[in-house]
Design a protein around this ligand. Structure first.
Ligand code: PD2
Ligand code: ZN
Length: 288
């Protein structure tokens, strides 16, 4: 590999979706190249990498592909207007409401008995977590995700069906559009580095993933226990950390599979104890 090819590769690694969005916003706000160069240098960029970014044609710097049109997303009736929301067989309190990204912290979505029953049913089936490999559409182990996990089939038991029906009623979204519930266990030191849950339209494996139900449009992370320390779900773009509490959940949606959704999120390392969650990802259409 020539020095030039290596240098250019290193620069592109730094040009994350968040950097592209930042640059587009700064340019739209009227900041010129000199001011942007100074901002990048102040933020710790090397001068060569900063000049490389600023020299890119504006359209490429803003995004390699056009912003996809917004998709309909789930949202509970009356969220943000009322504390108590109707989830069919129980009421759930929305104790935190954000608009950008659309996000709710929900209290009392699951009972303590349901949390324990989910852990009991999942525990014998746990294995090292895989993530979807967007290059191929297959699955791979991932150093960014050091938890163990398993998937329940949709409707595989009375407990799972009851929880899925509750989620459907709360969010006003068909149960059939949900992926099977995933349970994750994080031990001390385990984390899930910040990521987006949608499938990146620019990746080659995405087209095959989307054949099964279209894009992910929302995520519901339900907390099944309380770690002694650490393990918050963090949203860097919203400066928000949601601390796990048994039965509570965080819900957020993304109408566009793009960093403008501001849904970057991660699981902070567990410091002591363990953390158990159940995640329901919601698709555009029926997920078969
Ligand atoms: O465990 C979490 O807090 C977490 C963080 C980021 C879960 C997920 N993503 C997920 O299940 O997508
Ligand atoms: Zn996630």
């Amino acid at each position: 590999m020539s020095n030039n090819a290596f240098a250019s590769h290193a620069f592109e690694q730094d040009i994350t979706p968040a950097v592209r969005v930042w640059l587009a916003e700064q340019q739209a706000a009227g900041f010129g190249p000199d001011q942007l160069l100074k901002s990048l240098l102040d933020a710790g960029w090397g001068e060569a990498a900063a000049r490389h970014l600023l020299a890119m044609p504006a359209k490429i710097a803003a995004n390699d592909s056009p912003l996809p049109p917004p998709l309909p997303v789930p949202w509970p009736a009356h969220a943000g207007e009322r504390l108590a929301l109707d989830a069919g067989d129980r009421q759930v309190n929305a104790i935190t409401v954000l608009q950008d990204p659309p996000l709710l912290v929900l209290e009392g979505l699951l009972s303590r008995e349901e949390c324990l029953a989910l852990i009991d049913a999942a525990a014998p089936r746990m294995s090292r977590s895989l993530t979807v490999d967007v290059k191929t559409g297959g699955e791979e182990t991932n150093q960014a995700r050091t938890s163990e996990g398993m998937f329940f089939e949709r409707g595989e038991s009375a407990l799972i069906s009851r929880i899925e029906a509750r989620i459907g009623a709360l969010l006003g979204w068909p149960v059939q559009n949900g992926e099977g519930l995933q349970v994750l266990r994080y031990g001390p030191g385990a984390e899930y580095k910040p990521h987006y849950d949608y499938f990146d339209p620019a990746e080659p494996g995405t087209a095959s993933i989307l054949q099964r139900g279209g894009q992910r449009v929302a995520t519901l992370v339900m907390y099944l226990n309380e770690p002694e320390a650490g393990g918050a779900t963090v949203f860097p773009d919203a400066a928000l950390a949601v601390v796990p509490k048994c039965g509570n959940a965080v819900f957020f949606s993304y109408s566009q599979p793009h960093a403008v959704s501001r849904t970057l999120h991660g699981g902070a390392p567990v410091i002591s104890g363990e953390k158990w969650i159940a995640t329901k990802w919601l698709r555009e259409r029926e997920f078969i």
